[in-house]
Write a protein that binds this ligand. Structure first.
Ligand code: ADP
Ligand code: AMP
Length: 218
């Protein structure tokens, strides 16, 4: 039996942090569209050149492009048992495309974990965020400092700040989230798969609740 889990919430809610923990606990691939796009930007591929324009503005990359990279990722053999999706779907069209793709594999979204975090906490989180250039692990100056300044605890990679975490861009991302992604939460709520978790607690406490939610899945 496969296991398909979505992690949802505003930018900076802790999706990457918690999706990583779920993926570890359930031995599933962690598929983060933001990470896939950042990697493409870094490698300066045609996809990266296209995505960069939207990312720098704090806007969504068009659905056709985003759906295509997720479908390609789902084709890979490690995704056959399921995936933990982080940052996808962010629009209705993406949610519908995901349903279709999973249905074609006799699968469906089993849990949509929604990390509920208020606006002020979000802005504090993104302003202190540092990401590993190599493995994309997330650190925070106050809430999750690395053991060695500027270096990733997991792989020793160099930590860098995201240009879209600048205050103005982060605020734009939050507005885009409220306009386009928040309605998708209701879509999963109506289907009875939404699992809301209070994301406004220390990382370990959020993790305990999130892992308890997904522990019920077989
Ligand atoms: P998202 O993937 O939703 O954008 P991240 O997982 O990258 O969010 O987390 C955003 C920032 O907040 C990171 O710097 C991370 O270390 C930090 N963070 C994540 N969860 C919490 C939490 N529960 N409390 C405080 N800081 C957190
Ligand atoms: P994230 O790392 O999830 O915060 O995503 C960073 C940026 O990548 C977003 O602000 C968007 O520009 C783009 N992006 C990531 N996921 C998606 C998605 N599902 N749909 C459209 N754009 C996305």
């Amino acid at each position: 039996m496969s296991m398909d889990i979505i992690v949802m919430g505003p930018p900076g809610a802790g999706k990457g942090t918690q999706a990583h923990a779920i993926a570890d606990a359930r031995t599933l691939p962690h598929v983060a569209t933001g990470d896939l796009f950042r990697d493409a930007v870094h490698r300066e591929t045609p996809l990266g050149q296209e995505a960069r324009v939207y990312m720098e503005r704090g806007e969504l990359v068009p659905d056709a492009v985003t759906v295509a990279i997720v479908l390609e990722r789902l084709e890979q053999s490690d995704a056959a048992r399921g995936v933990v999706l982080d940052g996808f779907p962010r629009t209705f069209a993406q949610a519908q495309a995901l349903d279709t793709a999973l249905a074609a594999r006799a699968r469906r979204v089993q849990h949509a974990v929604y990390l509920n975090v208020p606006r002020e906490a979000i802005l504090r989180r993104v302003s202190g965020r540092w990401l590993c250039d190599t493995c994309q692990a997330a650190y925070h100056t106050l809430y999750r400092p690395p053991s060695v300044a500027g270096r990733c605890d997991a792989c020793g990679g160099v930590l860098a700040q995201r240009i879209d975490d600048r205050r103005e861009t982060a605020e734009r991302r939050l507005d885009v989230y409220l306009e386009q992604t928040a309605p998708v939460i209701d879509y999963y709520r109506q289907r009875g798969v939404l699992r809301e978790v209070n994301g406004d607690q220390p990382i370990a406490d959020v993790q305990r609740e999130v892992l308890a939610v997904v522990a019920a899945l077989r």
